[in-house]
Design a protein around this ligand. Structure first.
Ligand code: LLP
Length: 410
């Protein structure tokens, strides 16, 4: 890890205590640049919805996706303009509740519909409203079964056989069809890329209505372990650009090609910094106990996801020495509150050098689905977030207080 990033991690810990999230603006900018081929990059803010991150991305020309009323309000707070010709905000979900429906109609936010009922409800509320159709092409893929969003076991999207029925609903309600969208999962590989592109072209043909855009969804994978390959964004674009041209040959119009990444933009730009509070020997293994838990970073406990972990001393020196089988665990009263898990689940021991109490643990590549998935389990407050941009380091969310936690029950 670069020494200046370790220094920023320690400075964050000194300033606001631990656990603390630290994001680095540089790698986020670099990721946006890697996607410059696409007409529109629409950030799936569920990955990291801090309004300061949203503002940074908006400044780089990135549009935004929202999946809840809260995410719509976050996008507005960050300066995104609703209902403009640029369609800066799109609402994507499988259902829409009454309050959200009122808000998208009021603001003119296009709605990407993931169920025929949702389409029907938008049409009944506001004939002429701009809509997208999110289609489940019948297959999917993900880094975990839980992040696969296509195929017959997925609740997401409109089943491909329902497409013609949805087009009839659009006609009946006089809805304005903006485009077609497919997102088959998170952590997607090249193997499924060409298949989903072919499905999109087929869907455009069957829709047989004028559209403005197609969306490739998100899902681009990022390396979490040393040596894992980076996705080739040019190759990714080439496959979708070919699909776009085939679709344009069908519609006879120019189509905007959108991409909707979350993880790709922010995962590698974030760290979770925690303090080592206990080091225990258990049989032949060690447990390093830190003050962050799965209430902070849920991915290992939820999916068996891997995050590289390193230990540094309070002076910023990497902890070295002999390595031995070590698990890194949190403070929660749950046996699964362990950050070192084998693929698909439960405690795994990694060869790590042994830190001392008072050293820091840095969990890497935690910028996506880290803070945004945190909870208050065990009545632990949400951790603060810091943003480094060049030489500046600033607090972009303070730590929640226990009073704030209890206030809802007043
Ligand atoms: N578009 C749609 C409609 C989605 O449902 C998602 C993610 C994305 C885009 C962005 O996917 P990404 O580019 O980030 O892979 N919590 C899991 C990931 C869940 C993804 C949910 N949907 C994790 O930590 O890996």
């Amino acid at each position: 890890m670069p020494p200046d990033l370790i220094e920023a991690a320690l400075q964050s810990a000194r300033q606001v205590g631990t656990p603390v999230w630290l994001y680095d603006a540089g790698p986020i900018r670099a990721r946006v640049e890697q996607l410059r081929f696409f007409d529109c990059v629409r950030y799936a803010q569920k990955a990291n919805s801090n309004t300061h991150i949203l503002r940074l991305l908006r400044g780089l020309g990135v549009m935004v996706d929202a999946v809840s009323l809260g995410e719509i309000e976050r996008a507005l707070r960050a300066g995104y303009q609703p209902g403009t010709a640029a369609q800066e905000i799109v609402f994507t979900a499988d259902i829409i509740d009454a309050a959200t429906l009122r808000r998208v109609v009021e603001l003119g936010i296009p709605v990407n519909c993931g169920s025929p009922d949702m389409l029907q409800q938008v049409g009944a509320a506001h004939p002429g409203h701009p809509v997208w159709l999110r289609i489940n092409p019948g297959f999917g893929h993900g880094h975990s079964r839980k992040t696969n969003t296509g195929g017959p076991s997925s609740k997401h999207g409109i089943w491909h056989d329902e497409l013609e029925a949805c087009v009839r609903l659009i006609d009946e309600h006089g809805l304005h069809l903006v485009g077609l969208h497919m997102h088959i999962g998170s952590g997607v590989d090249y193997q499924h890329l060409h298949r989903v592109c072919d499905s999109m072209v087929d869907a455009v043909r069957r829709t047989n209505r004028p559209i403005e855009a197609i969306s490739a969804g998100g899902g681009l994978s990022v390396p979490y372990r040393a040596g894992e390959p980076e996705i080739d964004t040019q190759e990714y674009f080439a496959a979708w650009d070919k699909a776009r041209r085939e679709a344009e040959a069908i519609t006879g119009t120019r189509l905007r090609l959108e991409l909707e990444p979350g993880r790709f933009l922010v995962a590698n730009a974030g760290l979770l910094v925690a303090e080592v509070r206990a080091v225990k020997q258990v049989a032949n293994n060690h447990f390093v106990m830190i003050d962050a838990g799965f209430n902070d970073l849920a991915r290992p406990a939820l999916y068996g996801s891997h995050h590289d972990i390193c230990f540094v001393t309070p002076r910023g020196e990497p902890v070295s020495g002999p390595v031995g089988p070590t698990a890194v665990a949190g403070p929660l009263c749950e046996s699964g509150d362990v950050f070192t898990q084998a693929d698909g689940g439960f405690v795994d021991f990694r060869d790590l050098p042994l830190p001392q109490v008072g050293d820091f643990a840095i969990l890497r590549d935690a910028g996506a689905y880290g803070a945004s998935m945190s909870s208050n389990y065990n009545s632990r407050p949400l951790a603060p977030e810091m943003l480094r941009d060049g030489d500046t380091l600033r607090l972009i969310r303070r730590r929640q207080t226990i009073d704030e936690l209890l206030a809802l029950e007043a």
